[in-house]
Structure formats: C-alpha cells, structure tokens
Write a protein that binds this ligand. Structure first.
Ligand code: BJW
Length: 240
C-alpha cells in the first residue's frame, strides 16, 4: 500500500446472475423466471390482493427449491465473503437477491434490499419471522398468532426497497462501486451507478453488457464464478 493512502470504501451490488451458477434462474434471461410467469401475476401488491393463493404458491415453490434442491453458494459468493473478512476499508454488499446464498457464504455486512425468501411478514402485527416452508395454507403468525396473515418478506414492484437510507449513506462515501450479475433493469438499484459516477471508480462484472453498461468506467463480461474471484484477487493484491 502506498504510504498515506487509505483503502477505498467498497460498495458491491449483486443480482440474480451471481446465483445462476448455483442453479437458480435469473429473471430476464431467455429461460428466466419472467419467461415462465408474468410479473403482473406474481410480483405486485395488486397481484397478491387479487389472487393471494397464486402468489403464495409461486414463492412457496421458490423457497422449496432454495431449501431442498441442493442449491449452494458458489465461488463468486465465497470470494465476496472473503473480501469482506479481509478488507481494511469500508465495505457493504447490497444484494437484490432474495436467496440466502451470500449469508451462507459468510457475508455479514449485507443488505438484502428486495427482501428474503426465508422470511415472512405478518400483515397484522408487521413482525418479520422465519418463514414456514409453505405460506399457501395460511399458517398462524408465530408473533401474534393470527392465521392467514403471513406474506413473503420480499419487495414487489411499486413497494419501497429495504434499508434505502443505509444504502444511500454507503454510496455517499463509496470510492469503488462494483455491480455483479444484474441486468440494470430495475430501479432504484439500476440508478446506483449514476449516483456514484464521477466520484467513485465503477466496475461492471456481468455475463453480458447490462442496460447501464456505458455508465461504468470498466466492464468485464463472463461468468461470475470466474470474474468475481479474479477481481477480488486483484483488489486484495493492490491493497495488501
Ligand atoms: C450472469 C450470469 C452468470 C446470467 N454470471 N452474470 C420507470 C423508471 C424508473 C423506475 C420505474 C419506472 N417505472 C416503475 C419504476 C419503479 C420500478 C422499476 O424499476 N420498474 C422497472 C421495470 C422500470 N421499481 C420498483 O417498483 C421498486 N420500488 C421502487 O422504485 O420504490 C420507489 C422508490 C423510489 C426511489 C427510491 C427508492 C424507492 C421495487 C422493485 C422490486 C423488484 N422486485 C423483484 C422481485 C423480488 C422478489 C422475487 O424474487 O420474486 O426483484 S423483480 C426482480 O428484478 C427481482 C430482482 O431483484 C430484480 C432485478 O433483477 P436482476 O437481479 O438484475 O436479474 P435479471 O434477470 O434482470 O439480470 C440477471 C443478469 O445476470 C443478466 O444481465 C445476465 O446476463 C446476468 N447473468 N448468468 C454473471 N453466470
């Protein structure tokens, strides 16, 4: 490290692409989730109000896949956890993913801005609880005991993403912003790069150019399990 230099504060944003090689579908790729079901049918508060059984069944199936289908963190999740553990500067990992693979890889300075499939929220008492395997059969809330009031603790279109204030604070002091495995199609996450641009170094790591790729200082394209460990190795070597 150069004398007097301080290590950059890093904010990493991840999306569904980082979990693709763990066996989970992305949303907007040709075989992605939105090619199988319509957003308007499962991922809006209006859909839930209209047909709660359909929405609960969709999230029950995804929760089941996460818990039972041998889905494990991959080399990209593990590399980010290792970076966090060893990084001497500020670090925050913001994920749009509702899976728990970052946490299972060991990440702790982590915000799941679109919620977590493993949790449920009570529409009566607002408690956030560990989700039962299935919500479709209307289990009672473990906090208040009222049956049939638990919904998936995820953020649908038209709802406010979680912990935006903490994310904003980290972005305001960030020196290096890295976006991994996200199409850049969904706001406010897609706007983070524009927010830090000019005062932070920005890097995209994605299978293909994202919608906002031209906003990044540098973009590298390929699978996350190759690009992320490689980048983590580089950044650690630069600041050792
Ligand atoms: C690989 C790979 C490999 C593949 N290696 N890479 C007009 C303008 C601006 C905004 C709006 C607008 N109209 C409406 C809005 C707002 C709206 C929005 O953004 N709509 C857009 C469609 C335009 N946003 C909202 O409503 C949000 N709330 C909001 O804005 O509140 C108001 C507010 C204002 C200001 C500040 C703060 C708040 C809420 C958005 C909620 C999104 N929810 C979902 C579902 C979550 C639950 C669930 O999982 O079911 O979140 S939608 C879905 O998209 C999910 C994801 O987190 C999100 C992003 O997707 P992601 O992760 O980028 O996945 P993909 O599939 O799109 O991309 C994967 C990428 O990986 C691809 O590029 C691949 O190439 C790549 N890849 N394999 C590396 N191996």
């Amino acid at each position: 490290m150069a004398p007097g230099a301080r290590p950059p504060n890093i904010v990493v944003l991840t999306g569904a692409g980082i979990s693709r090689e763990s066996g989970l579908h992305t949303f907007r790729d040709p075989e992605g989730i939105w090619a199988q079901v319509r957003i308007e049918d499962v991922a809006t508060p209006e859909a839930f109000a209209r047909d709660p059984a359909c929405v609960q069944a969709f999230y029950d199936a995804r929760r089941m896949q996460l818990r039972n289908a041998g889905v494990e963190p991959n080399a990209a999740h593990r590399a980010l956890a290792e970076l966090e553990a060893r990084w001497p500067g500020g670090f925050l990992l913001v994920t749009q993913n509702v899976d728990d693979l970052h946490g299972r890889a060991g990440s702790r300075r982590l915000i799941a801005m679109h919620g977590e499939l493993a949790k449920a929220r009570c529409l009566t008492c607002h408690a956030v609880v560990v989700s039962p395997d299935t919500l479709a059969d209307g289990p009672a809330c473990p906090a208040c005991g009222v049956p049939g009031r638990l919904r998936p603790h995820v953020v649908w279109f038209g709802e406010m993403p979680l912990e935006m204030e903490r994310i904003g604070e980290a972005l305001s002091v960030c020196d290096l912003f890295v976006s991994i495995g996200t199409s850049g199609a969904v706001y406010p996450a897609a706007g983070f790069v524009a927010e830090v641009r000019g005062r932070a170094e920005t890097l995209e790591l994605n299978l293909e150019p994202s919608e906002g790729t031209r906003l990044f200082d540098e973009a590298r394209h390929g699978p996350a399990t190759r690009l992320v460990p490689q980048w983590v190795g580089e950044v650690m070597a630069r600041w050792r």
